[in-house]
Design a protein around this ligand. Structure first.
Ligand code: COA
Length: 218
């Protein structure tokens, strides 16, 4: 974070000029995003212990691709996220609470085409923090990053049909279910149908016109 160091209390609204400069910089280091109670920042190697403790529980991991199972595995994953970000293919944010720097979850986004206009995202938060509104606050920041900084035009998400919270979370932030991908996800030897959701730029622009600007960057 040497380029855009996090300075609590020194937040500025995200202007169009800043978006333009950050859009070209995110591959070097992810900008810190903050609003309300949450701060999203790039993962660091020392996030591995908290992520390992929070994201490997059965209730968090049962409907997502298997996370690493050890702290060392998370350290390797975090190093991989940095390489993928530098390549411009992917970004992964740690969710933290304002004033506390511990990672309590992650938001990932990966490109599905060469331009990154088509992308997919995914997220997981420690179950202690479910139902607290932190997901929605983090998701808004992530959507601003995806559409305004990366330049995504269509953002897809997949959720296994029995994953009630995952489907409910996507719906409440305006993702539209487009179809069901039958038996498209395997976990622990079980095949699940997945709902395919999308948020597209034109719909988001209409929704944004109904709410005030939200994102802060440092
Ligand atoms: C997905 C996740 C980040 C969402 O965070 P969260 O704090 O649980 O989400 P929220 O509570 O804000 O929203 C979930 C919504 O689903 C609703 N919901 C819960 N169980 C449900 C069910 N069985 N069926 C339908 N909706 C359900 C909740 O009521 C809530 O809606 P509300 O706020 O309008 O009441 C979190 O649950 C998580 O990390 N899950 C494990 C990983 C995962 O599944 N990731 C998503 C893959 S698509």
């Amino acid at each position: 974070m040497e380029k855009m160091p996090y300075q609590p209390g020194a937040e500025v609204p995200m202007s169009r000029d800043r978006i333009a400069s950050i859009a070209t910089d995110w591959q070097r280091a992810l900008p810190v995003l903050a609003a309300g109670r949450v701060v999203l920042r790039e993962l660091r190697a020392d996030d591995a212990p908290s992520l390992c403790a929070l994201l490997t529980t059965e209730e968090v991991s049962r409907f997502i691709s298997p996370p690493p199972t050890t702290v060392e595995g998370f350290e390797r994953f975090i190093a991989w996220t940095h390489r993928q970000r530098a390549a411009g293919a992917y970004a992964c944010y740690a969710v933290t609470l304002r004033g506390r720097d511990t990672a309590i979850g992650i938001f990932q986004i990966r490109r599905l085409d060469a331009t990154f206009e088509l992308a997919e995202w995914g997220f997981a938060i420690g179950s202690t923090f479910w139902g607290t509104g932190l997901f929605r606050e983090s998701a808004r920041l992530m959507l601003d990053f995806a559409f305004d900084v990366i330049g995504v035009r269509r953002l897809e998400a997949r959720a296994a049909l029995p994953n009630g919270r995952g489907n409910g979370a996507l719906r409440k932030i305006g993702a539209v279910q487009e179809c069901v991908l039958r038996r498209s996800f395997a976990r622990a030897g079980v095949r699940f149908d997945q709902a395919l959701y999308a948020i597209v730029d034109v719909d988001r622009a209409a929704a944004q016109a109904r709410r005030p600007a939200f994102t802060r960057v440092h």
